[in-house]
Design a protein around this ligand. Sequence first.
Ligand code: COA
Length: 258
Amino acid sequence: MTETILKAREGAVAILTINRPDKLNALNDQVRDDMLAHLNAIESDDEIRVVVITGAGDKSFIAGADIGEFAGRSPFDQRQAMRFPRIFDVMGQFPKPVIAMINGFCLGGGCELAMSCDIRIASEKARFGQPEIKLGLIPGGGGTQRMPRLVGLGNALRMMLTGDMIGADEAQRMGLVEQVVPHDELRSQTLELANRMAAWSPLTLKIAKEAVRASQRLPIEEGILYERDLFCLAFSTEDKAEGVAAFLEKRKASWQGK
Ligand code: COA
């Protein structure tokens, strides 16, 4: 049987590739379950410090949920398919940085998955959209909540109320992606970024991500208190002692993840 997700390793970076290129990597139940299983395994693998998510083939990152699965489904069936844990939330709360490497169509649930990642790098060929309105639907993978936080209310509503697709440059201008690169440099530039993160202490990566993510759900006063707690928590790690000592001794730090 064809694997729905391919997993590769480059040093401390895991690359998960959704592997349904003949269906433009549409997300079906199997892909979602397999993605959760991979993320679960990666979470407890100390050798892996950063995760990259991409789509197989040259045309699509993810063209959304598998529309074939919607036909004939009752609301109860759909509710079951949307049971927790959901990949969108798992990605956002994942303790290691997750980068979306967007190699083509990034639509519907694909765009929502990309928005759940920490950072988005897109090929100049990538196309973005929330086309659910064309199906008589609305985004259901967190898009109505995550997109306005990234791009503002007006841009999010424009995307969702028209269903129009936009190109990578426009997506970058509105804040939907952090970086646009030539198509043939997508992998090298993404891995270069992933490796720059992977070089740091995995503990510090984790608490930095947790603190920044908290800004999306906490009022600023509470967020700042939470940051102070996490900052002081970092003082309990051997890596903090090592980082400070290495600076004072003018040498390179050696991170132990402790
Ligand atoms: N669900 C299921 N199958 C999908 C799919 C999806 N979201 N997106 C693409 N596919 C399938 C097509 O049905 C086609 O399969 P087939 O060869 O068995 O007929 C195959 O992927 C290739 O897609 P195709 O439409 O022929 O490619 P294209 O280049 O002409 O168009 C898109 C590309 C992305 C514009 C078009 O496929 C599309 O609009 N897809 C749906 C996007 C969407 O609405 N996503 C949100 C879902 S909630």
